[in-house]
Design a protein around this ligand. Sequence first.
Ligand code: COA
Length: 398
Amino acid sequence: MSGTGPSRSHPVLSDGQTTLRRFTAADASAFASIHTDPLNITWTASDPAMTVREAGELIAGSIARGWEDGRYLRFAITDMLDGVPAIVGTLSLQDVFSTAGGGSAGVGIKMLPAGRGTGAAQRAIALLCGYAFGNLGLEILHWRTTAGNEASASLARRCGFVLAAEIPGYGHVDGTVADGLMFTLTRDGYHLFDGLPAGSGALDLTPAVPVLAGDRVVLRALSMADAPALVENCRNPEAVRWTAVPLDYSMADADFFINKLTVEGWRTGRTLIFAAARADTDELLGTIDLQCKAPGAAAVGINFGPHARGTGAAEEAVRLLLDYAFDQLNLAWVHWIAMVPNWASRKLAWKLGFHYDGHGRGDYDDRGKPADRWLLSLAAGEPRTPVQPWTGPVPRSG
Ligand SMILES: CC(C)(COP(=O)(O)OP(=O)(O)OC[C@H]1O[C@@H](n2cnc3c(N)ncnc32)[C@H](O)[C@@H]1OP(=O)(O)O)[C@@H](O)C(=O)NCCC(=O)NCCS
């Protein structure tokens, strides 16, 4: 249940787990912590030297005035941590411009480490959007971020915002000017939003796929130059046996995967697909992806061609992907699901520190037939080396 109360200048918005409310003098220490957090310093104009006293003065001063004149509405985000509500970030409606027919505002968010990757940010934004469009009657919200701040862009997309413009010099990194992105969400788009992006009227820009470079492997965007190798990899019997690739994989399948599925996956933030290529020749080794179905967690998908297996390349590719998932997207969990008995897959996950969580009977859709699956997981901060003895078969030779 979400609700607003108790008053227009002191609203409390809550879905039962996450709450938005005004800051009080007692929150000064948490407010200062938000500003002195290194990630917030990097990507937002946080004051790295803010003291608790200065935070208290801001809460009583400019933040209170913002609520009085209605132009800058800064909320504290609280979430249940160990059963107790704790401040996990701040979310604001900035430059609120109300008109008779609607109006606009910017959205600004900064999270504390305890709130990142937990879904609290997404829940908080859902509450804020309901308030902005429903209670305040605004017609459009703007979300400004710096190019390269993947956690922010991905959160915006998951909340239904669409990319409207890339603006030179409109962002900042570590106190220096950088290029910026502007996302927007309209009232109509918000009401239409049901997990798919509300795209009407927005520019249809191709999303940027980051390049994650390792010593021997690079994760980058797929292109049609990869299509012949992709077709070969997806026709390989092991790929057919253990993944959901279409049967009799063709160039048309590759075209659809590269130009439709992958682009849509990055645009919505739901499925982040990379090509894994050799760092020296750029030859395609395979594909690897993050399936972001629930807040704070994602599952790995991987398919390497036979020429690339057993070379350590898949391991390096997953390590790059894990760094991205935990350090850039701030996920709390990465899951690994393999159809039983895909020992190559399970062994790779084991090498990377994934914990074996269990065996789901009939819980895997093997092209329309129920099959068993293994579930493994890795939490942010856990070691990326084996944590349990290897209990599977020893490798086949040759
Ligand atoms: C799964 C996959 C990405 C792993 O990549 P890889 O390069 O083979 O991984 P690695 O060589 O680093 O590790 C695999 C390990 O499993 C072992 N292995 C392979 N087949 C095995 C089997 N049938 N029984 C026991 N161990 C096996 C390998 O010997 C290796 O262990 P080792 O390094 O101790 O020798 C790759 O094999 C692949 O793309 N397979 C086809 C698609 C697929 O299965 N995707 C995963 C879906 S969940």
